[in-house]
Design a protein around this ligand. Structure first.
Ligand SMILES: [Zn+2]
Length: 378
């Protein structure tokens, strides 16, 4: 509610500025000129707000500082910890936990990163890289290979042993479909035009793209590593691959009766999260709008670790090329994770009151918006 209120205030402030400016400028310029100037000024203010320019950097600092200071600090890692970070795409591990990977290693913990896909479905990325409006299937596979190399380079910067990186090689942009439609029958990636894991370096080269295989591979890795802490995307993340990864992590950890070992993170948090865009190594990282109501913990990162995290982010060169300011906005003096997968409010509502039905309806609305469900068929 407070977010709606603050957005409303911003809108009112912009309208007031527009009207005031019109009044003052009326004797000097023609009305059409005034309107053009004010529209440009309003656009400039929005740009400055998003990118933390001028006074807005102080505003973001104060606002995020207030919100982050009240969060409890997470317990430190110990030598007996074995950490597994589940990343839907190469770069998620660095964005969500690049600082924690360093603190865990410094504390003597073991850290493993598991990539569900190799990021071979990001067409816009391939268009820019290959300078072509229609990237071919082989160019998309080349992008996947490049992103594996970049993940290895980023891990080396963070101090991770490269043997601790596991690539499953499932289809980028298709993880949800593996569970909804292709649990048994193979899925054909519309980007790479393959229906089996195509990367030599992958955990199981040649495995069919099915939900069953993905589940089995992840289960194999979890059994082998026996993590005491698992980082997984939150089911509240805006990206479908991330939500599919959340489902998988919850399901497998639940079967092992180790659901309390999961720490949920959000990368795609809505409303241009995280603001401001760009490299601001001293501004706190605040909980994302989509993560409202989750039980967030903060993990403090030293300035040297923030610099190293930014350096690791820059190793994901194909990504930096198309969204540099979004990626670098994660290099902040703290990281965040939630101990709960969904807002606490939603977990305590009794079924008899029918509130769970409301929650379920909200989730379905998400799916309808994404074209996953037919509105008439729910
Ligand atoms: Zn991702």
């Amino acid at each position: 509610m407070s977010q709606v209120f603050s957005r409303l205030l911003w809108l009112l402030a912009l309208v007031a500025l527009f009207l005031l400016g019109s009044e003052f400028a009326r004797p000097l310029f023609r009305p059409a000129t005034i309107q053009r100037v004010l529209v440009v000024a309003a656009a400039l203010l929005v740009w400055a707000y998003i990118n933390g320019q001028w006074i807005f950097v102080r505003f973001h600092d104060l606002r995020a500082g207030l919100r982050v200071r009240s969060l409890p600090e997470a317990d430190p890692f110990t030598t007996s910890d074995t950490v597994l970070i589940i990343a839907p795409h190469p770069d998620d591990e660095t964005l969500a936990a690049g600082g924690q990977i360093q603190t865990a290693l410094a504390a003597g913990a073991q850290v493993f990163v598991l990539f569900l896909t190799c990021g071979d479905g990001f067409e816009w990325n391939s268009m820019v890289l290959e300078r072509t409006p229609l990237p071919s299937a082989s160019e998309m596979l080349k992008l996947g290979e490049r992103r594996i190399d970049e993940a290895l380079e980023a891990a080396a910067v963070l101090g991770l042993p490269l043997d601790n990186l596991i690539f499953l090689g499932y289809p980028d942009g298709g993880l949800m479909r593996l569970f909804l439609n292709h649990y048994i029958h193979p899925y054909l990636s519309p980007y790479t035009r393959v229906n089996t894991v195509p990367y030599d370096r992958a955990h199981r080269f040649g495995a069919h793209y099915t939900g069953k295989n993905l589940e089995r591979d992840l289960s194999d890795v979890i059994t082998r590593i026996a993590p005491t802490i698992v980082y997984a995307p939150s089911p509240k993340d805006a990206h479908r691959d991330h939500r599919a990864a959340a489902y998988l992590a919850m399901r497998l950890q639940g079967e092992r009766h180790e659901e309390n070992a999961v720490r949920y993170y959000i990368v795609h948090g809505a409303y241009e999260y995280p603001l401001p865009k760009g490299y601001f190594p001293t501004l706190p990282l605040y909980p994302p709008p989509r993560g409202r109501g989750l039980s967030w913990r903060r993990v403090s990162i030293t300035p040297a670790q923030v610099r190293r995290k930014a350096e690791a982010i820059c190793k994901h060169r194909t990504q930096v090329m198309v969204m540099r300011r979004f990626l670098l906005a994660f290099a902040r003096p703290n990281e965040l994770w939630s101990a709960t997968a969904i807002p606490i409010r939603e977990t305590i509502y009794p079924v008899e009151q029918g509130d769970l039905a409301v929650v379920a309806l909200e989730e379905d609305t998400d799916l309808i918006e994404e074209g996953q469900l037919d509105a008439g068929g729910v």
